[in-house]
Design a protein around this ligand. Structure first.
Ligand code: MRU
Length: 352
């Protein structure tokens, strides 16, 4: 379905990466230009760019930025290649959970290793590959959206957690890609967006981008989801993913697991929408997914103001949780919807 979203989150422009600054949404919608590899590392770590597919592209751009810097100081191609691979490996460590980052940077490393070109030629190949990954991301999300739209009931209200929209990808979105494609077919569908503490991606970003695209959205706080499920006001849940293990266990923003348990209790289908690049077949189960521990300030402060005593209170702030595969009705990918038994169906999808 052709839903025209106005958002392009990140793109390579000649010698730099241009991205939407997600730290200021919804107060401002502005772009920042990232011009060095270290600046990109910080932009990923500080969530100027966020969302698994978007940080993957950011990582790929980061490798181009490092390549441009190394061109100025390396005297031989061998030295350039060795130093660039080191920088690319470093870029992978900017955030630990979303595997798309490692996946996209690895795609650039493959180019570096395979290239017969000189330094300038390698940089050009990295740029072309970065742009290709951007374009593919949007195409993949549209496919995810279209497969997902087929299973959205008429007039449905879809609950989502965090932001898995255009602003978490290059464009269109994964979970919100499903929403966009479904809305193009049936403009009576609606979205409930969980606020998503502590960083409030649902409140700040999901509501912002859906309102921008004219899709009806209702904001609720995280603890409200089972209340609305019990009232029969939620027909399905669609969330994104940061990493999916070979058995279907899915890491996504903290709080997703709670939503999945509530959905199971109320017999509401719970879907994950993600590109195949989010599936990490190298790990057997969700227990092996590294969970990012983020700054305590995210929990103790809202808009810079404390919401609890800053002394004498323990804080813990995992950025993600893992939803066990048995709570997941299906995983919507660009190759169709993967269903249980995930161990088997994930193996099958990677065979083709
Ligand atoms: O910490 P964030 O904002 O990068 O976390 C994002 C999420 O958890 C998203 O839901 C997930 O990356 C899916 S993105 C299409």
């Amino acid at each position: 379905m052709n839903f025209q979203s106005k958002i392009k989150t990140i793109e390579w422009v000649d010698t730099y990466s241009k991205m939407v600054d997600q730290t200021v949404i919804p107060y401002e919608y502005k772009f920042v230009n990232i011009t060095s590899g270290d600046e990109m590392f910080e932009a990923i770590r500080n969530m100027v760019v966020r969302g698994a597919p978007a940080i993957g592209i950011a990582g790929a751009h980061g490798v181009i930025l490092y390549a441009q810097e190394l061109e100025k100081i390396c005297l031989t191609k061998d030295d350039f290649v060795a130093k660039l691979i080191e920088k690319a490996e470093y870029m992978k460590t900017s955030r630990p959970t979303a595997v798309n980052l490692m996946w996209a940077v690895e795609k650039q490393i493959e180019i570096i290793k395979a290239s017969n070109a000189d330094i300038k030629g390698i940089i050009e190949e990295l740029k072309q590959n970065g742009i290709k990954l951007e374009n593919e991301d949007i195409e993949i999300n549209k496919k995810i959206g279209d497969f997902g739209a087929e299973i959205v009931p008429k007039g449905a209200t879809i609950l989502t957690h965090c932001n898995a929209g255009a602003l978490a990808t290059v464009g269109y979105g994964t979970a919100l890609g499903v929403v966009r494609s479904a809305f193009a077919k049936d403009n009576s569908i609606k979205v409930f967006a969980d606020e998503t503490r502590p960083r409030q991606q649902g409140a700040r970003i999901t509501t912002f981008e859906l309102a921008m695209d004219g899709i009806p959205v209702t904001l609720i706080t995280d603890g409200m989801c089972s209340y609305f499920m019990k009232k029969g006001m939620i027909n399905m849940v669609v969330v994104g993913a940061d990493r999916i293990a070979a058995n279907g266990d899915t890491a996504n923003k903290i709080g997703t697991y709670t939503v999945a348990i509530a959905a199971k209790y109320h017999n509401i289908p719970f879907y994950v929408a993600a590109p195949l690049s989010t599936i990490d077949v190298s790990i057997k189960s969700g227990d092996e997914i590294p969970i990012e521990e983020r700054s305590h300030d995210e929990v103790t402060l809202i808009n810079g103001k404390p919401i609890c005593p800053l002394k004498g209170v323990n804080i813990i702030n995992p950025g993600f949780d893992v939803t066990p595969n048995e709570l997941i009705t299906g995983i919507i990918t660009e190759r169709g919807i993967i269903r249980p038994d995930y161990k088997q169906s994930i193996k099958e999808v990677f065979k083709n």
